[in-house]
Design a protein. Structure first.
Length: 182
């Protein structure tokens, strides 16, 4: 039976704007050997599915440095220290990235993006009856194009490999489960 590893020591290796790299020296409960484990500490993230009254999903196209390609996604990002809650963070990201807003935001769930190396959680939301109310307010590192996609096309876009971001897929999976429960 698997057991938690003992952490003997911990030190920070590097500090960056969006994450800190930590090295832990851990002891295997199976063989007693020590080994280093590396953890990226970062704030929690949010992703939000904005659904318009016409059942269109407000999607965003943006460049992703890790894969060096454009990605079709839903709005999302890091929660800010000033956000009062994850729901507030989700509405803020929605407004900033798309200009859309909604008074009907519900939590779909939460997932751990990669518990092997990340310490954070991604909170997933649905914004019902999202409407365009504002101008985009993008960060310096963002260049986002908004596209309205009929909800009925989402499964096809996933099957065709046009939507590949795992956290976006998680959000649509939880949204689908919500729809089945009704």
């Amino acid at each position: 039976m698997s057991r938690p590893w003992e952490k003997k020591s911990s030190r920070y290796v590097a500090h960056y704007r969006i994450f800190h790299l930590r090295e832990d020296i851990c002891v295997s409960p199976r063989n007693g050997h020590e080994m280093p484990a590396y953890v990226l500490e970062t704030r929690d993230w949010i992703n939000i599915i904005p659904l318009t009254p016409d059942r269109e999903v407000v999607m965003v196209h943006q460049y992703r440095f890790g894969t060096e390609e454009m990605s079709l996604e839903i709005p999302g990002g890091l929660a800010d220290p000033g956000d009062g809650s994850m729901l507030e963070a989700a509405r803020r990201e929605l407004r900033e990235e798309t200009g859309y807003d909604s008074e009907e935001v519900i939590k779909l769930g939460a997932v751990r993006p990669n518990p092997a190396i990340l310490n954070n959680t991604c909170h997933l939301f649905l914004a019902k009856n999202a409407v365009l109310k504002y101008e985009q307010s993008l960060d310096d590192g963002e260049d986002i194009r908004v596209e309205l996609v009929p909800l009925s096309r989402i499964p096809q876009l996933i099957q065709e490999g046009k939507i590949v971001h795992s956290l976006v897929l998680n959000a649509f999976y939880l949204f689908d489960l919500l729809q089945r429960e009704r």
